[in-house]
Ligand binder design. Structure first.
Ligand SMILES: CC(=O)SCCNC(=O)CCNC(=O)[C@H](O)C(C)(C)COP(=O)(O)OP(=O)(O)OC[C@H]1O[C@@H](n2cnc3c(N)ncnc32)[C@H](O)[C@@H]1OP(=O)(O)O
Ligand SMILES: O=C([O-])CC(=O)C(=O)O
Length: 372
């Protein structure tokens, strides 16, 4: 029997994250606690080591991430030479990560220690890459990361050239934590299929980034902001959404393959969105989002918002360009992809399902010169 979209199919065992009864955990820790108390670096450590770090271990991983954050000058030179304004930012991330492998002498090594060092490099550099890309395409100089800032603050600093205030750092850190891992989502599965052939980490990462880019997955957050901008005003929400539903078009940021009652990450992002929209004086984005959510709850059963919905207005309120939302998702999810890549290597078997053939049968070969 074919299960379209592999819905409900259990394709691997994993001890990284779980979704059970609409509850999400990373290595057994509930997402609510992690979002409230953890820095992103703590979560990275948790996903990669399957335990929380002590103070010294946290300090070490912070230091290592900061030390590995610079981008090879040849890559910067290359980026400066191309019309970045005309390129999809996710294509830059995908190609940029692939280019990192040129400057890693151990790029193809599957040795456990080399894999860990590579993971630190990729996690640190992908953040710098996204911030740098944003500045270069605006004609601004890239900003080097600061060793005294945490991962979330450093990203915003490299992006804006200003150390973020407390609430900005808290919001961005929370978003990173909430996006870090999510069981066998499409991009993580893609990464595991790729490295299941014993291909290298950079190939697995590049494959995953390509899968995240699509609007049915990570690409939805950018489209949520596009939709809110198209709607424009609170009064337009109802007619806009009803027309979309009438035309059987999908509303971005709603629905989920696994969650039935709702995505447990949403409440944190919704709260952050409300707080940030209040602070910026742009409450309309939050109010419009709530109206969209309420309308869908009324008109469509089982279609609650997913992680991509309120993250859009969180990032927008932080002054981030909409087309950087999915690259930022990639920065956060890199931690999960790398954890799954390491887990796949640990207990590998080639991933190779079957297809139910539905094409024509018993065809008779006709030589080229006799064909119409
Ligand atoms: C980080 C993430 O990846 S979270 C997901 C981000 N993606 C989005 O927000 C894009 C919008 N959402 C969707 O396209 C889907 O809900 C997905 C891709 C997330 C899940 O897809 P699936 O589990 O395959 O559900 P599927 O697309 O088959 O939808 C089932 C039904 O709900 C409807 N539906 C699902 N999502 C939506 C939506 N966002 N808006 C309107 N209708 C929807 C479908 O039209 C379909 O209706 P039908 O049975 O009458 O044909
Ligand atoms: O799990 C999924 O299918 C999509 C998702 O929410 C994620 O990747 O965070």
């Amino acid at each position: 029997m074919v299960v379209k979209g592999l819905e409900g199919v259990v394709a691997t065992q994993s001890s990284i994250s779980s979704i059970i009864d609409d509850t999400l955990t990373y290595v057994g820790y509930g997402i609510d606690e992690l979002a409230q108390f953890c820095s992103f670096e703590e979560v990275v450590y948790l996903l990669w080591h399957q335990r929380l770090p002590n103070k010294q271990e946290l300090e070490e991983i912070r230091k290592e991430l900061a030390l590995n954050a610079s981008i090879p000058s040849n890559i910067i030179h290359y980026l400066k030479g191309i019309p970045l304004n005309k390129i999809n930012p996710m294509a830059v991330v995908r190609t940029g990560v692939s280019l990192f492998s040129f400057y890693d002498k151990d790029a193809d090594s599957l040795d456990k220690e080399a894999l860990y060092v590579k993971s630190l490099k990729v996690q640190a550099k992908i953040s710098t890459l996204v911030a740098m890309f944003s500045r270069l395409r605006k004609g601004l100089d890239p900003i080097a990361p600061r060793k005294d800032l945490g991962f979330a603050a450093n990203f915003l600093y490299m992006l804006n050239g200003r150390v973020p205030n407390e609430i900005e750092e808290e919001a961005f850190n929370k978003a990173l934590v909430l996006h870090a891992d999510h069981e066998l989502n499409a991009s993580t599965f893609t990464a595991r299929v790729c490295v299941g052939t014993l291909s290298d980490v950079y190939s697995g990462m590049t494959a995953a980034i390509g899968a995240l880019k699509g609007p049915l997955h990570g690409g939805a957050n950018e489209n949520v902001m596009k939709m809110l901008m198209e709607i424009g005003e609170l009064d337009n929400v109802e007619s806009y959404i009803l027309e979309k539903l009438e035309k059987k078009e999908k509303i971005m940021g709603f629905g989920h393959r696994v969650y039935q009652q709702g995505d447990p990450r949403t409440k944190h992002l919704k709260d952050m969105s409300r707080r940030l929209c209040d602070i910026t004086g742009n409450q309309k984005w939050y109010e419009m989002s709530v109206k969209v959510e309420e309308l869908l709850a009324e008109k469509k059963k089982n279609l609650p918002p997913n992680v991509d919905f309120y993250s859009a207005t969180v990032y927008h309120s932080l002054g981030i360009d909409s087309d950087l939302f999915t690259p930022i998702f990639a920065v956060a999810r890199t931690s999960g992809w790398l954890a799954h890549i390491m887990e796949q290597y640990e207990n590998n078997r080639l991933i190779r399902p079957r297809a139910d053939y539905t094409g024509p049968d018993k065809q008779v070969y006709v030589p080229l010169e006799q064909r119409d």
